[in-house]
Every structure is written in C-alpha cells, then in structure tokens.
Design a protein around this ligand. Structure first.
Ligand code: ADP
Length: 219
C-alpha cells in the first residue's frame, strides 16, 4: 500500500508513521528527516535547505521533489511507501502525480491528522529530544523525570531549531497557505481519511490501525 500522511506541524505524523511502518512493514519516507540527515552530513542539499528549515520556511520545490523522488526509487519502497511531509504544495502534488504514473505506484490512501491549534503549539514548542537515543519528551505534556535531561541516558535534551514559537508561527502559516489547500486535490480523488489526532498516541494509533486493517481486508 502507498500512503500519504498529512497534518499540520505537531499533528503526530512522525510518531504515527513509525508505528505504521513497524506494524505494516511499509517504508517510511519523511522529507523532513531526509533534509535533517543531509544537514547533519553537510551535503550540498543540506546546505541549501538549512536556512529555510531553521526559519520555518518551505524548502524550494525543485530540491524537495528531487530528494524525495530519489528516495522512493530505492528498492525498499517497492513493496509500498509511506510519505510523511511530502507533497506539501500543489506544485509538489502535481509533480508527484507524474512520478506516481511513471513508476506506476499510485497513492491508495491519505491519512489526514486533525488537531486544534492550541494543542499543536503546546506539542511543538514543548518538544525536546535526546540527541543520542532520539527519545522525545514534552515539557508541558510528558516531561522527563529531571528537567532538561534524558531519562534513559542522562544526556542534555535539545530543542529542534525550528520548534521555537517564532519558527512555528511561520510553519503554521506555510501550512495554511500551501498545504491545507492541497488536501482538496486528494479529497477530489476520494482517498482522504480524516483522523482525530488530538488524543494520546494509543487512541490515535488505534484509529489508524483499524482503518488500515479494514483496507487490507478489502484488497
Ligand atoms: P513538520 O511537519 O512538523 O513541520 P517536518 O520534519 O516534516 O516537520 O519538516 C521540517 C521542515 O523541513 C519544514 O518546516 C520545511 O522547512 C522542510 N520540509 C519538509 N518537507 C518539505 C516539503 N515537502 N517541501 C518543502 N519543505 C519541506
């Protein structure tokens, strides 16, 4: 199955993607993770993308389309892929439509995680991450036992540079202007399922798991 997962920043796309990938054996492709890896590895793409990402702006379409296209052509996507964070603009959606046709792997399902603004802001501005084991905490919702350090390995927790309130305001505005309207394009294809993403991990995952099991049974 080829799936897109959509939703505003903080809607839980990353968390749900990992669960889908682990439980259904679908390769998770996150455009944000691809960029962050390129930044870490100091590649030319990473250097081009860094400035946009840190300000909360979208990376230009041509760079983004290229990096995602290359990734989904890798062999581990042949049995299905789960795209997280792409497409994010109508231009990307149209470019992706051509790629879908070229490789003959159409999108079967778009999972749209719906979460209200106040909670999104809390989730993002409160998010802290362990740079070593990647455990994620939230200073408001799920704080570590000792302030500022990871429960598992005692390392100092970090905030993603684009998780500040300032960068988040830009990200939310970019979402409203570019990504939300793009959803209509997939609604017209009749493949969008809205999921209430405001509960904890368990209730949201339960809805997605049941949906996917139903769809798998129909295949
Ligand atoms: P979130 O969905 O929470 O904003 P991501 O990790 O998906 O987080 O993306 C982080 C940043 O990476 C975005 O704010 C943007 O700068 C860049 N990015 C990721 N995907 C795309 C895309 N499809 N088009 C343009 N920029 C992107």
């Amino acid at each position: 199955m080829n799936i897109l997962i959509m939703g505003a920043p903080g809607s839980g796309k990353g968390t749900m993607s990992r669960l889908i990938s682990e439980n259904f054996g679908i390769t998770h492709v996150s455009s944000g993770d691809l960029f962050r890896q390129n930044i870490k590895d100091d590649t030319p793409i990473g250097n081009q993308a860094r400035e946009f990402i840190e300000q909360g702006l979208l990376v230009p379409d041509d760079i983004t389309i290229e990096i995602v296209k290359e990734r989904i052509l890798e062999f581990d996507c042949e049995q299905g892929f789960l795209l997280d964070g792409f497409p994010r603009t109508s231009f990307q959606a149209h470019a992706f439509e051509r790629i879908e046709k070229q490789i003959n792997r159409p999108i079967d399902l778009v999972i749209n995680l719906v979460v209200d603004r106040e909670l999104l802001v809390k989730r993002i501005t409160g998010r802290r991450m362990c740079p070593v084991c990647s455990s994620i905490y939230n200073i408001f919702l799920s704080p570590p036992k000792v302030k500022g350090v990871c429960d598992k390995d005692g390392r100092t927790l970090l905030q993603r540079p684009d998780d500040t309130l300032e960068a988040l305001s830009v990200r939310l505005e970019q979402y409203d202007t570019h990504t939300q309207p793009m959803l209509e394009y997939y609604r017209e294809r009749g493949i969008v399922k809205d999921i209430d993403g405001s509960g904890g991990v368990e209730p949201v995952w339960k809805q997605i798991k049941e949906l996917m099991e139903r769809l798998n049974a129909q295949e």
